[in-house]
Design a protein around this ligand. Structure first.
Ligand code: NAD
Length: 359
C-alpha cells in the first residue's frame, strides 16, 4: 500500500510524524507500506507558490490513501484567496473526487468528563456523520460580489445539488448504517429550500433499495438542537456540505476534545484522504504538546475504509483506549491533577501499547 503523507502547516508535521511512526511499526511487523511525503497548504505555497503543488497532487493520485495533517496559519491569512492554504484542501478533495466525508464523534469512557454536556448525556456516544463534500453552496456557481442598481454591494452564492450527487452520498449513508445499527437520519431544510426538497425526494427513492435500514428526516435547525439535547438518539447522519460542516463540528464538541477526532474523505472506490478534524493550531505549533491521537485514529479509519483491514484498525483503536486507560494525557485532554505528556511521548505510548497488545 502506498500512502501519500502530507503534513501541512502548524502542528501538522508534529502530529503526522507520530502517525508515521505507527505506520513504521506495522511495517516492522511485516506490513507492506510505502510512504512518501509532499507539501500542501502554506507549506505548498512556500515550496512552489501553490497550496496544492502539481507534484503533491500527482503523488496523491498515485497513492492508495492520503494522510494529511492540517493546513493554514496566520502567516498565510493575507494571501489572495486562490493561493490560501485551505484552497489546497478544497482542490485535493475535488481532484480526487472525495465526495463523502466521514466524521465519527465518539466519547471515550475515560474522557466523558471533558464534554461540555453532562457525562450521562454523552458517555458511550458513537455517532457517524456523513457530509457530502464536493457540491452544495461551497462549489455552486454563480457566486461572487456585485453592485446593485442602487449602488449597494451584494454578495451571492448558489446552493445546488444534482440528483446523482444526492443519490451517491445517500447510498454510502445507507451502506454504513447497515454496518452499524441500521438507523439513518437525513438532515435537510426542506421546509424552506428547493435544493432540500429534491434532497429528501432522492434519499427516499434510494431508501427503497435498503428496506432493512430505518430512515428518518430532520430539519437542520432541529438536528442542531437535538445534538445537544439528546445526542445518543443518533447513529448515522447523512447531510449536505454546508449543514454537515456545521453539524459535524457541533458533534465533535460533544466529545470534549478536538484533538481526539479523526475523519475520512472517500471516493467511489473507497480511496481516501484521512486527517484529524482539527486545524493547524498555530497557538501551540512547535511546542511539542499537540495531541497526535486524532491523526493516529485517522490511520485506523484508513485501514478500515481504504485497506479493508479491520484487524489493524481495531488494534489502533484498542491501543488508543489502552493509553487513555493508563492515564496518558496530552495537555488538551488532561483533567485536574493529571500531568500532561508531549506529542512524542503520546506516540511512544501508542506504539508501546501496539507492541504489547494482541495482534
Ligand atoms: P484549530 O483546530 O487549529 O485550533 C483550535 C484550538 O484547539 C486551539 O486552541 C488549538 O491549540 C487546539 N487544538 C487543535 N488541535 C489540537 C491538538 N491536536 N492538540 C491539542 N490542541 C489542539 O482551529 P483554529 O485555531 O480555528 O484554526 C487555526 C488554523 O487552522 C487556521 O489557519 C485555520 O484556517 C486552519 N484550519 C485548518 C483545518 C484543516 O486543515 N482541515 C481545519 C480547521 C482550521
Amino acid at each position: 500500500m502506498k500512502i501519500a503523507v502530507l503534513p501541512g502547516d502548524g502542528i501538522g508535521p508534529e502530529i503526522v510524524q507520530q502517525a508515521v511512526r505507527v505506520l513504521q511499526h506495522f511495517a516492522s511487523e511485516g506490513a507492506s507500506l510505502e510512504m512518501e511525503t509532499a507539501p500542501i497548504g502554506g507549506a505548498g505555497y512556500d515550496a512552489a507558490g501553490d497550496p496544492l503543488p502539481e507534484g503533491t497532487l500527482k503523488l496523491a493520485k498515485q497513492a492508495d490513501a492520503v494522510l494529511l495533517g492540517a493546513v493554514g496559519g496566520p502567516k498565510y491569512d493575507t494571501l489572495p484567496r486562490p493561493v490560501r492554504p485551505e484552497q489546497g484542501l478544497l482542490r485535493i478533495r475535488k481532484e480526487l473526487g472525495l465526495f463523502t466525508n466521514l466524521r465519527p464523534a465518539m466519547v471515550y469512557e475515560e474522557l466523558a468528563g471533558a464534554s461540555s454536556l453532562r457525562p450521562e448525556l454523552v458517555a458511550g456516544l458513537d455517532i457517524m456523520i456523513l457530509r457530502e463534500l464536493t457540491g452544495d453552496i461551497y462549489f455552486g456557481e454563480p457566486r461572487g460580489r456585485r453592485t446593485t442598481a442602487s449602488g449597494e454591494r451584494e454578495g451571492f452564492d448558489t446552493m445546488k445539488y444534482s440528483e446523482s450527487e444526492i443519490a451517491r452520498i445517500a447510498r454510502v449513508g445507507f451502506a454504513i448504517a447497515r454496518k452499524r445499527s441500521r438507523k439513518l437520519c437525513s438532515v435537510d431544510k426542506a421546509n424552506v429550500l428547493d435544493t432540500s426538497i429534491l434532497w429528501r425526494e432522492v434519499v427516499n427513492e434510494v431508501a427503497k433499495d435498503f428496506p432493512d435500514v430505518e430512515l428518518s428526516h430532520m430539519y437542520v435547525d432541529n438536528a442542531a438542537m437535538q445534538l445537544v439535547r439528546a445526542p445518543k438518539q443518533f447513529d448515522v447522519i447523512v447531510t449536505g456540505n454546508m449543514f454537515g460542516d456545521i453539524l459535524s463540528d457541533e458533534a465533535s464538541m460533544l466529545t470534549g476534545s478536538i484533538g481526539m477526532l479523526p475523519s475520512a474523505s472517500l471516493d467511489s472506490a473507497s480511496k481516501g484522504l484521512y486527517e484529524p478534524i482539527h486545524g493547524s493550531a498555530p497557538d501551540i505549533a512547535g511546542k511539542g504538546v499537540a495531541n497526535p491521537l486524532a491523526t493516529i485514529l485517522s490511520l485506523s479509519m484508513m485501514f478500515r475504509y481504504s485497506f479493508n483491514d479491520n484487524n489493524t484498525a481495531d488494534r489502533i483503536e484498542r491501543a488508543v483506549r489502552q493509553v487513555l486507560k493508563d492515564g496518558k494525557r496530552t495537555v488538551d485532554i488532561a483533567g485536574p491533577g493529571q500531568t500532561a505528556i508531549g506529542t512524542l511521548q503520546m506516540g511512544d505510548a501508542v506504539i508501546a501499547a501496539l507492541a504489547g497488545g494482541h495482534r
